[in-house]
Design a protein around this ligand. Structure first.
Ligand code: ZN
Length: 124
């Protein structure tokens, strides 16, 4: 039965059990569902100034020029930008009033984080 073990099985965690096949089929169906219905990596409301600021910061001309420039990671960098922009958008939803730990601070911190992630992925 070991050869039919499914590493993502939530019952046996890949050791092999009689639910592995069911779990594999469930996993493959979920994966196919995601592939068939791609979601945007970031969506902005045009009447929301904060959203538009994020849009400009992470998808504006400077961001695109950096991503596809000499030091850029191309599409991967744009993908990362989308993740960071979505994260900041979520944080902003929870804490809409800017203060000393507000949106600008978040953007600065997360830009540094993005740079770190970029450096790490280049090192691999
Ligand atoms: Zn199993």
């Amino acid at each position: 039965m070991k050869s039919y073990a499914f590493s993502e099985c939530e019952w046996c965690f890949g050791a092999g059990c009689n639910q592995c096949t069911v779990e594999r089929k469930k996993y493959e169906a979920e994966l196919q569902e995601k592939l068939d219905n791609p979601q945007p990596i970031f969506s902005a409301k045009t009447d929301n100034p904060h959203d538009m600021k994020l849009m400009k910061r992470f998808f504006g001309r400077n961001a695109v020029e950096h991503a596809f420039g000499e030091d850029g990671d191309g599409p991967l960098e744009m993908e990362r930008n989308g993740c960071i922009a979505s994260l900041i958008q979520l944080l902003h939803k929870d804490h809409p009033k800017p203060d000393e730990h507000g949106v600008e601070a978040e953007i600065t911190d997360l830009s540094a984080l993005s740079k770190e992630i970029q450096d790490l992925s280049k090192a691999e």
